[in-house]
Design a protein around this ligand. Structure first.
Ligand SMILES: Cc1cc2nc3c(=O)[nH]c(=O)nc-3n(C[C@H](O)[C@H](O)[C@H](O)COP(=O)(O)OP(=O)(O)OC[C@H]3O[C@@H](n4cnc5c(N)ncnc54)[C@H](O)[C@@H]3O)c2cc1C
Length: 475
């Protein structure tokens, strides 16, 4: 076999001898793939089909020891490194051109301590896998709304979903993590072990090392929640959203309602004449005592004249997968996002105007509601700093034909610009694209300098640079 041409993080191309690659292979429980390997193409593919990168080698890790060996190998040869959890991140940093991809997807173990109400989770686990395992014990931790998202990337950036208003971000439920640092050493991070690192990985992304195990606090949830969708004509959106923003303040923390503007998909509960029409969908989930659910949701359900509604008790695990059909992998995606403290009249007008111009039936404007579970924690307590945001908007440009790239991308950018005057100026790292390196400083706000100090300590050569990168130089 000829020598392998590999890219370094300094931008050089180097040759690695076959014996060198063979030695790496022999040291691992997992596999090393190159472009000649059978599973190469499926392993380098990620959720966002806009990203098509070809690593020189992929290390499919089976254990923390494999991750240590891969990181040491990469450090020794100064390789460009990408780290992949479940490959959902919009920026596509899970894969690289010419370097080494450290693939954690094979690491799938979940170990529940039902009595202690904790879970030990490996980084290749998806949200759906975690929910199914924890719900077998009637337990859960707050995660995102799409079951094929990876727990690793989601947690490292913050993580929010239907349970966050009450139970906080995913990181607020992280008790400890095992981390392979840039030096290839496995260390524990918790409130008492390497507390600085524990602070940094709660929102600081993959900047400081590779997490090989997460320990989460679990809560009693379900097994049923009261959840579903209420769909209104977009023409009614202004009145509905004005009612909504006041209504949610009257509800208990177990009640969460996100909203989406898009063209109606052909859902069976919507009259056929509404399929493809512009709508506002309210997606609500109440995870409190089921006997109160109807009463709490009633004012929202009674407001206006919805064109369709599908709401009721359902298993939490089922609700957690309900949006999956709209978020399947393999489409082209371009996102822009903002944080907001409130849904003001001016912002609502901007959203409605741009929703009317949605460029593709798959594209949408999604608004996540956060709330007290997130805001009650101080902004210095974890690297995730924008605790004051009540809503996170994701302008989700999504389409399948490359010929639509320009029109879908410019729609997302125009809405982003138009909504900027209403936004906090903060940003959620997990929603940022590869071209938003200039927003990293604002994404970390007043925590940025502390993160730079941490980066210098744990990754002085910036081995872990394919992420929303905190540079050791602070630049
Ligand atoms: C359809 C969809 C729905 C989403 N919904 C939500 C939501 O409801 N709530 C929410 O908070 N977010 C949501 N997100 C955003 C999601 O949190 C991020 O995309 C997240 O990065 C995905 O993690 P992953 O492991 O799948 O991604 P990957 O692309 O595999 O990883 C993302 C990055 O994280 C780093 N990384 C991954 N694993 C590790 C590790 N073990 N150690 C160190 N670094 C690592 C790497 O830098 C990598 O580039 C959603 C994303 C999508 C595509």
């Amino acid at each position: 076999m000829p020598d392998l041409q590999v890219k370094t993080y300094t931008g050089k191309d180097i040759s690695l001898k076959t014996e060198t690659i063979d030695k790496l292979k022999e040291s691992l429980r997992g596999k090393v793939l190159t472009s000649e390997s059978d599973q190469y193409n499926e392993t380098r593919a990620i959720w966002n089909a806009m990203i098509d990168k070809r690593p020189a080698l992929i290390v499919r890790c089976a254990s923390a020891a494999d991750v240590m060996r891969a990181v040491r190998f990469a450090g020794e040869h100064k390789l460009l490194v990408a780290v992949r959890g479940a490959g959902h991140n919009i920026a596509g940093n899970a894969v690289c051109d010419g370097g080494m991809m450290i693939d954690l997807l094979p690491m799938k173990s979940v170990r529940i301590d039902a009595k202690g109400m904790t879970a030990r989770v490996e980084p290749g686990v998806t949200l759906g896998e975690l929910d199914r395992d924890t719900q077998a014990f009637g337990l859960a931790t707050p995660v995102g709304i799409n079951s094929t998202t990876g727990i690793a990337g989601l947690t490292l950036g913050g993580g929010f979903g239907w349970l966050s208003r009450k139970l906080g971000l995913t990181i607020d439920n992280l008790i400890s993590a095992d981390v392979v640092t840039a030096a290839g050493e496995l260390v524990k991070a918790s409130a008492t072990d390497n507390a600085d690192l524990f602070w940094g990985i709660r929102g600081g992304g993959g900047n400081f090392g590779v997490v090989t195990s997460f320990e989460f606090r679990l809560h009693k949830v379900g097994p049923e929640v009261f959840a579903g969708l209420i769909v209104h004509p977009l023409d009614a959106a202004k009145d509905v959203l004005r009612f909504y923003r006041d209504f949610i303040k009257t509800t208990p923390q177990e009640f969460v309602c996100w909203f989406v503007m898009r063209m109606a998909p052909p859902l069976p509960f919507l009259p056929p004449e509404w399929h493809g029409k512009h709508v506002l969908a309210l997606a609500l989930c109440y995870s409190g005592d089921m006997k109160d659910a109807e009463r709490i949701a009633k004012p929202l359900r009674s407001f206006g004249k919805p064109v369709g509604e599908h709401i009721g008790p359902m298993p939490f695990v089922a609700w957690q997968t309900i949006l999956d059909p709209l978020l399947t992998p393999g489409m082209r995606n371009y996102w822009k996002s903002h944080d907001f403290r409130e849904a003001s009249d001016g912002l609502i007008d901007v959203l409605i105007a741009h929703a009317r111009k949605i460029p593709d039936p798959q594209s949408e404007i999604a608004f996540a509601q956060l709330g007290e579970g997130v805001t009650r924690i101080s902004k210095e307590a974890t690297a995730y700093t924008h605790r004051d945001a009540q809503f996170v908007m994701n302008v989700h440009g999504r389409w399948d034909n490359p010929a639509s790239d320009a029109k879908c991308i410019s729609w997302a950018r125009e809405l982003f610009q138009a909504a900027a005057p209403f936004a906090t100026g903060g940003a959620y790292v997990n929603f940022m694209t590869q071209e938003e390196q200039d927003r990293v400083r604002s994404a970390y706000g007043s925590n940025y300098d502390r993160l730079v100090t941490l980066k210098k300590k744990y990754d002085p050569n910036n081995l872990f640079r394919l992420n929303q990168n905190i540079q050791p130089s602070g630049s």
